[in-house]
Design a protein around this ligand. Structure first.
Ligand SMILES: [Fe+2]
Ligand SMILES: [Fe+2]
Length: 470
């Protein structure tokens, strides 16, 4: 077990004080991070006490420590999972050779790019969600939002640590730029488009944490396979935090469905009662699932193949696949060419993105299954739309398909769009439910059922956030 220095300016388990230059560089980055947090983190609430968990060690028993904390005083730190002794590279051209403790020169640029792209999503999501606190459905949910936010902040630290430690001056410049870009700002947008859309209602937040954060999880699982050992260990620890984000999302959607189901069972119209109808939930799901699928990139991808060949980024749970080299045989891929769906055989490495996407799809299906249990008695079933539907990236990107995968004309698509994707009217309705925050301990907004239990065995009416604002 690596020791954790909690009392240092930057809590860490990487023996930061042994490398004075690195320590100084990170201590110089720290005030900029805090400035960014105050400017772009949750709007308001910076003086509130929040029941947060903080990592105090990386072993499974001790990394979650709960306390009332003011967010700007959260102990953002650098935590890597413990090293695996004699770890070898699990895939690609260097399969079976020792994992790297340094970045090989030939892979410097692509690795830096991967780390910067991952790093950029972390502060971006905090920025996207910054207004949500003002419309929280309960103190329990508000606390969960803030937990997700501080941890995304820590994930930024995780990537910045790698940039500072292994990428010299370029890395320091990239670390600085991560604090400069702003979600949705046309002059200095975040790198990936999905991270430039504001998330200003709680339904979108729960969909984001279910589907977009799950994309994040699959990216981290892929990077956890990396031959670059520090990246692998960093991502492995991030994954322990990420699990909670998906829990927040899935339970959020399930609780909304549960509330609607209660009303339907009483013979009431959910919309008249200020709850969210099932078909509206399905439309939000259709939107967020498909924009999240876009984050996996094209089904057939040279970048994906190169990352795999180099050992930079593998497939989630690489050990579960029979072939780790992917030089033989071919992969069958469905493509959209000249207005027709065709099947093509491609070199298997070219289809690595697709395989990762499939694993993600399966996991998303699992998340829905839990939600469907809540509504099964009503004959309602939430479904993932076809991977062809509403795509901006990949072979189906920009073409028109129905949620069941049927090719449709643009006119047809536009005609049915209000049934398939959230309309302006849906969005206005959802927002109208969330104009006032619920800030009384133990109380929940009318559109969402209370959770089955509180956080860390606390009661539901525990005061998860204490407002100290004037
Ligand atoms: Fe994250
Ligand atoms: Fe996350």
């Amino acid at each position: 077990m690596s020791t954790v220095s909690l009392n240092e300016k930057i809590p860490n388990n990487v023996d930061l004080s042994a490398d004075k230059r690195l320590q100084r560089a990170l201590e110089q980055w720290q005030p900029g991070f805090l400035e960014w947090w105050r400017e772009m983190g949750p709007d308001g609430f910076q003086a509130s006490d929040v029941y947060l968990r903080t990592a105090i060690s990386v072993d499974s028993s001790g990394w979650a420590h709960f306390d009332m904390v003011k967010m700007p005083e959260y102990r953002w730190g650098i935590f890597l999972a413990d090293p695996e002794p004699n770890r070898t590279i699990g895939f690609g051209d260097h399969f079976g050779k020792p994992a790297w403790n340094e970045v090989p020169g030939e892979y410097r640029n692509p690795l830096r790019r991967l780390i910067v792209t991952q790093g950029d999503t972390e502060p971006a999501s905090v920025e996207q969600q910054r207004a949500l606190g003002k419309t929280c459905p309960s103190l329990y949910d508000l606390r969960n939002l803030f937990q997700v936010n501080v941890e995304e902040g820590r994930h930024l630290w995780a990537m910045v640590y790698l940039l500072h430690t292994y990428f010299g001056r370029d890395g320091r410049e990239e670390a600085e730029a991560l604090l400069q870009r702003r979600s949705g700002n046309p002059d200095k947008p975040r790198i990936l488009q999905a991270f430039n859309e504001p998330i200003d209602d709680w339904l979108s937040f729960f969909m984001f944490t279910t589907f977009t954060d799950r994309d994040g999880k699959y990216q981290l699982l892929s990077l956890a396979e990396s031959a670059f050992d520090a990246l692998s260990r960093t991502c492995r620890f991030m994954l322990t935090e990420e699990a909670h984000h998906m829990f927040v999302g899935q339970m959020g959607i399930a609780r909304i469905a549960q509330r609607t189901a209660e009303l339907v069972r009483q013979g009431k119209d959910p919309k008249k009662e200020g709850a969210i109808p099932f078909d509206m939930l399905q439309r939000y799901l259709n939107f967020w699932y498909t924009v999240s699928l876009d984050l996996f990139g094209s089904e057939v991808s040279t970048n994906g193949a190169n990352y795999f060949a180099g050992g930079l980024k593998g497939r989630p749970k690489e050990e579960s696949y029979p072939d780790h080299v992917l030089l033989e045989g071919s992969a069958n891929v469905e493509l959209f060419e000249d207005g027709h769906i065709v099947e093509r055989d491609v070199a298997p490495r070219m289809a690595v993105n697709l395989q990762t996407g499939r694993a993600y799809e399966e996991a998303s299906q699992g998340a829905l299954a839990k939600c469907n249990k809540v509504v099964a008695d009503l004959g309602v079933e939430f479904r993932l739309p076809s991977e062809r539907f509403h795509r901006g990236v990949g072979t189906f990107g920009g073409y028109f398909f129905a949620p069941d995968g049927r090719k449709v004309s643009e006119t047809d698509f536009r005609h049915h769009e209000p049934e398939w994707l959230p309309s302006d009217e849906d969005e206005a309705y959802v927002r109208s439910l969330m104009t006032n925050p619920v800030r009384t301990p133990g109380k929940f907004a009318n559109w969402i059922a209370p959770p089955a239990r509180g956080i860390n065995s606390q009661r539901l009416d525990f005061e998860y956030v204490r407002f100290n604002e004037a």
